[in-house]
Design a protein around this ligand. Sequence first.
Ligand code: HEM
Length: 406
Amino acid sequence: MSEFDVYDPGIYAEGVPHEAFRRMRAEAPIYWHAEPDGGRGYWALTKYADLIAVSKNPTLFSSARGATFIKDANDMDLPVLQTFMLNMDPPQHIRFRNLVKHAFVPKSLPALEPRIKKMVRQIIDKVAPVGQCDFVNDIAAQLPLQVIAEMIGVPDGDRDMVFEWSNKMTAFDDPELHQNEGDSSQQAAMEMYQYAGELGQQRVDNPGDDLISMLMKGVADGGLSAMEFASFFMLLFVAGNETTRNATSGGMIALLENPEQRARLVADPSLIPTAVEEILRWVSPLIYFRRTATKDCEIRGQAIKENDKVVMYYPAANRDEEVFANANSFDIGRTPNDHLAFGVGQHWCLGANLARVELRCMFEEILLRLPQLELADQPKRLRSNFLNGIKSMPVRFPPERVRAMP
Ligand code: HEM
């Protein structure tokens, strides 16, 4: 297809193509990438500085035009996608972000942290006496869903249903996860959207002191409309679910592959915050987001035409040798570590601090309770050029006999 291929989802089933990214950074940092299935092609960006420049200029590089996936959305899907803040531009994006951001500010997180710790303890309680499990499904996947449901205030009785929808909605490029499911991911999305709309409306009629009621306090008072709430609800589940799950699984693999780093962390758990940042840099759970040029311009001297697609590759920028010393070494004490795993600029991940808390609590508990965890079989990777995903990862460990924590 092209000299470099970093599009084919099949390649990612074997691993992130770091060698291709390294050569692209060195030889073709603004690389014209062909696209299969009649796609019109795109500019692939792999340098740290270029990702920052593009992300910080939403007027020139739009998230709304054609949305943020490489494939152009069709005329029917585009207006729907543009109801998600991820695919909005200023001023609409600024209004939306201002409405929802207070729920995610660091000062509201300490209140959530004890609840997250408790959830993590319960997740590990379930597997610890057994001595083996699937790390992805039994450990990594559990926490993000529970945290988002708790945070938004999804009623307990509805949670399993919401979790099932969100699991069905993801991983659309991997046939193994979608055997005989037909359009079930679209169906799940529709059902979830409808459910969220109704949930929002309920809180308009009977407000409480939860996040949903706060967001639904009425458009006139600066709140969200029922439709806006439904889109936000879905985005939280999509954006906050697989990303954090894959950071956990990918981080565990990185620790297993670098036993000296793992031993260092076990010996000194005060390194967990820097270890989490290194895991985020190393794994880069999201592979790309796209922008579209709103007029003719240049990046690094390369002419870009209006409506050209510009794709920012986070795993590539996060190993840019110009920014990170020994970029290809996994170093749990790395400082500074200004990685771009959460993006940068206007759309900087709204859940970044929440994800950080989740990952810290998770690794604290795993290292304490399952210090000898090891692979029982090879992990299976997701076939996706968007999510750096692990589908399954059988692990074993000496069964825990006595609860480590009261
Ligand atoms: C390790 C976990 C995560 C990673 C790697 C990640 C990554 C990202 C990235 C790269 C963006 C920027 C998109 C862009 O520039 O177009 C983003 C945006 C976003 N993320 Fe995350 N995310 C994670 C966890 C979460 C969580 C836990 C939540 C919420 C519960 C969340 C909610 C969002 C939302 C709502 C946006 C859109 C923000 C906007 O458009 O202004 N993310 N995320």
